[in-house]
Design a protein around this ligand. Structure first.
Ligand code: UD1
Ligand code: UDP
Length: 382
């Protein structure tokens, strides 16, 4: 029997760890799984916990309005020290690139608890973009013992940095496990605003923004571009679930609040959100996870960032890296609205990120590592 502690704190980590926590739970005979959340996010984390029916064993409740990176790091590090001392796990699992991820890996390392890094090896190569995620992921990789790389490219990045190949497993991304379990054919929204949207006759742009490096001027430029587009095309409608960060909310409301055919709504539960993604015409986002989900649903994505650590969908042709310039965002959006051939090309479904079996591969890898399973998992081919 081994004890595994899963640690996460924000919405995307929760979405991507949920299928894995469930899968660990299916092996109760050999794995005791404990869950600790830092609650770096509060409402947006709770939405996911509720949907996937996960009750954490520890909740550090660290979120504060306008929190700094120092606040998150120190509060998470101190809180997780106590959790790790109480639980003494055989393995700590962390996910991705948030400050919770890094602090959890560091806390485990200080107490000499092995670390498994889920979604390991993604890189932009630019230490300030995304900030601080590129460095969080890199540092977590240095601290980790086991690396669950979602794609062969991520594995290559780790190998290049000197991580021994035998410690890397190419598993696919667990977000695709979550997505495939959640998207339904004939989905009916509970939210009346979404139910009133005419997906047949309108072209719906699904928009989200939250990156720290985009706060302020870049976000304002993005929203100005959206305003231009919506004023130019009478059949375009924007649905924008706005991140809880007040630094995002204030600018969105100021620039595009109150416009006809622009719906600024609260962050959606994962369930309606991905079903909305399935019904929309186009996605504009600075999100990491949505770059992985949308290609699998055949939705073109304009990435509102200057760098991406997810080049696979760019290579597959479903994602374009647009940046945040007003003219660039406007031009690339108009191209997709005006040119059906370009749209068709970008909307061919691609699945470079996973096949829905990532969690199973990760659990098999863990069991194999601890001598509880004869064979290692087969690799996700990409
Ligand atoms: C964090 C992660 C980022 C991830 C993103 C996912 C870091 C440094 N950043 O960024 O990698 O892509 O989450 O969304 O780890 N807030 C609420 N309620 C919530 C969540 C946030 O009110 O449920 C507000 C709070 O005022 C909080 C602020 O949003 O202080 C910012 O949250 P924070 O976690 O610091 O940054 P994110 O931009 O969400
Ligand atoms: N998401 C959600 N509700 C929303 C917006 C996003 O459930 O209103 C999901 C989305 O499907 C994806 C994840 O949240 O799985 C992405 O989170 P976010 O963009 O906040 O973080 P990132 O992926 O950039 O770290």
């Amino acid at each position: 029997m081994i004890k595994v502690l899963a640690v996460f704190g924000t919405r995307p980590e929760a979405i991507k760890m949920a299928p894995l926590v469930k899968e660990l739970g299916r092996h109760r005979d050999r794995i005791l799984c404990r869950v600790a959340v830092t609650a770096q996010h509060r409402e947006m984390l709770d939405q996911v916990l509720q949907l996937f029916d996960i009750t954490p064993d520890y909740d550090l409740d660290i979120m504060r309005p306008g929190q700094s990176l120092f606040d998150i790091t120190t509060r998470a590090l101190g809180g997780l020290k106590e959790v790790l001392l109480a639980e003494k796990p055989d393995l700590t699992l962390v996910h991705g690139d948030t400050t919770t991820t890094f602090a959890a890996a560091l806390a485990a390392y200080y107490l000499q608890v092995p670390v498994g890094h889920v979604e390991a090896g993604l890189r932009t190569g630019n230490r300030y973009s995304p900030f601080p995620e590129e460095m969080n992921r890199h540092l977590t990789g240095v601290l980790a013992d086991l690396h669950f790389a979602p794609t062969p490219k991520a594995r290559q990045n780790l190998i290049r940095e000197g991580v021994p190949g035998e410690n890397i497993y190419v598993t696919g991304n667990t977000v695709i496990d979550a997505l495939l379990a959640t998207v339904k054919k004939d989905y009916h929204f509970a939210d009346p605003v979404l139910n009133r949207v005419d997906f047949e006759n309108r072209r719906v742009l699904l928009v989200t923004t939250h990156r720290r490096e985009n706060l302020g001027g870049p976000m304002r430029d993005i929203y100005l571009a959206l305003r231009e587009v919506v004023e130019m095309y009478p059949d375009v409608e924007i649905v924008f679930p706005v991140h809880k960060n007040p630094a995002v909310r204030n600018v969105v409301a100021e620039v595009i609040g109150g416009l006809d055919r622009v719906h600024l709504i609260e962050p959606l539960d994962y369930d309606p959100f991905v079903n909305l993604m399935q019904k929309c015409f186009l996605v504009l986002t600075d999100s990491g996870g949505m770059q992985e989900e949308a290609p699998s649903l055949g939705k073109p994505v304009l990435v509102l960032r200057n760098t991406t650590e997810r080049p696979e969908a760019v290579d597959a042709g479903t994602v374009v890296l647009v940046g945040t310039g007003r003219e660039d965002v406007c031009r690339e959006t108009r191209k997709l609205l005006d040119d059906p051939v370009h749209y068709r090309k970008m909307s061919e479904a691609a699945n470079p990120y996973g096949d829905g079996r990532a969690s199973r591969r990760i659990v098999q890898a863990i069991l194999h590592r601890y001598g509880l399973e004869k064979d290692p998992p087969g690799e996700f081919a990409g």
